[in-house]
Write a protein that binds this ligand. Structure first.
Ligand SMILES: Nc1ncnc2c1ncn2[C@@H]1O[C@H](COP(=O)(O)OP(=O)(O)OP(=O)(O)O)[C@@H](O)[C@H]1O
Ligand SMILES: [Mg+2]
Length: 357
């Protein structure tokens, strides 16, 4: 008996998949994070064929060959380009698998709360194409909360703000349920757009995505430093002459550009905080707010939000991995998974029971 069970475990991958607009992150039970790649595909425009995925596609971005275009098949956390999402997911799942094709894959996949049935169906089809035999769909807000360390059995309320690339989601959870949530299509990628636009319009320099990302992650801050004159050099293409060029830019110059976006995130949080019932408000006042998602890594964002919403603000450990770790935890709590999974668990390819225990 035992040996059969062991054998079964050996050939089943329990996979958690957080497919975001910017990155796809996969964790496997027993192996933690096994894949973290940009949600990008490189397509040959002439043949329509996908020539690269993930990191490899990202490396081509901005320096593509003539016929190659790099596209992001997801938008706002949902499937925008079905065919390419399908291929991308299949590629990543295959890469994340422990062994050969005989390995059965069970997966919990995160989805934004506001997803429509059509979008959900698209994701399920994509999962089927990726050879996932059993798939559960769970709300990302809840997964982020669990992954950030909130116990599903805690009766008191906690607030988790996930700042992704394109979406910010505020979730208030208690006892393993979302009791309030709100999201808006604003995220860390909006900072990139604002920065690139500013540099182009006010400094006459066109900068690429890689340069913009570097400016944001390595130089930008949303908490004003003592020295506003601290500067860095950015390179790109002169708008007027078209030639390669560089400019020097200061913290003081880009602060207002970034603040413009982060302020909107603060407003969304403040909005939610005014909609809570008294007991819930009391819990949140006591505990403050937890930040997850890549946007939480922006320098100074915790301090900025703390001042704006007047509550303690903490960044979760490895905030980009909170959602996927929360999804992965569900394999240890099958009862909870059945409770939180959207509708019934989906059985693809003739699987029988949700969990063999
Ligand atoms: N060190 C950093 N400083 C600032 N921003 C960062 C840092 N690291 C990552 N980011 C930003 O975090 C964002 C990606 O976060 P995340 O991986 O949570 O998004 P996602 O889940 O793919 O998106 P979404 O949830 O909107 O679908 C990107 O916009 C990226 O630029
Ligand atoms: Mg996300």
């Amino acid at each position: 008996m035992v040996s059969i069970k062991l054998l079964k475990n050996l050939v089943t991958d329990s996979m958690a998949i957080d497919m975001g607009t910017a990155s796809t992150i996969i964790a496997v039970k027993g192996r933690d994070i096994v894949l973290d790649e940009p949600s990008l595909v490189a397509v040959n425009e002439v043949t329509g064929e996908v020539v690269a995925f993930g990191k490899e596609a990202a490396d081509m971005q901005g320096r593509e060959g003539r016929d190659i275009v790099v596209v992001a098949p997801l938008s706002g956390g949902v499937v925008a380009d079905f065919d390419r999402t399908k291929k991308m997911l299949a590629h990543f799942v295959k890469k994340a698998k422990s062994g050969g094709s005989q390995v059965v894959t069970h997966a919990v996949i995160g989805m934004p709360s506001e997803v429509t049935p059509v979008e959900q169906r698209a994701l399920l089809n994509a999962a089927e194409e990726a050879n996932i035999s059993k798939v559960f769909i769970m709300e990302e807000g809840l997964a982020a909360a669990f992954g950030a360390g909130i116990s599903p059995h805690d009766k008191r309320a906690s607030a988790v703000v996930d700042i992704g690339a394109s979406t910010t989601n505020v979730a208030v959870v208690a006892k393993g349920n979302i009791i309030h949530s709100k999201s808006e299509r604003i995220g860390s990628a909006d900072i990139n757009i604002a920065l690139a636009t500013h540099v182009r319009r006010h400094r006459g320099l066109q900068i690429g995505e890689e340069t913009t990302e570097k400016l944001k992650t390595e130089f930008a801050t949303t908490y004003l430093p003592e020295d506003l004159g601290k500067s860095t050099v950015v390179r790109g293409r002169d708008v007027i002459t078209g030639t390669p060029a560089a400019i020097e830019i200061t913290v003081g110059e880009i602060y207002p550009v970034i603040e413009d976006i982060v302020r909107r995130i603060a407003l969304l949080i403040s909005d939610v905080l005014t909609e809570l019932r008294p007991e819930v408000a009391a819990d949140i006042h006591d505990r403050g707010i937890l930040l997850t998602g890549g946007g939480a890594l922006l320098h100074g964002i915790d301090l900025y939000l703390r001042d704006r919403v007047n509550l303690p603000v903490l960044v979760a450990d490895e905030p980009r991995y909170a959602t996927v770790r929360g999804l992965l935890q569900m394999f240890d709590e099958p009862l909870l998974l059945e409770k939180v999974a959207r509708r019934e668990p989906y059985f693809l390819q003739g699987a029988e029971t949700p969990f063999e225990t």
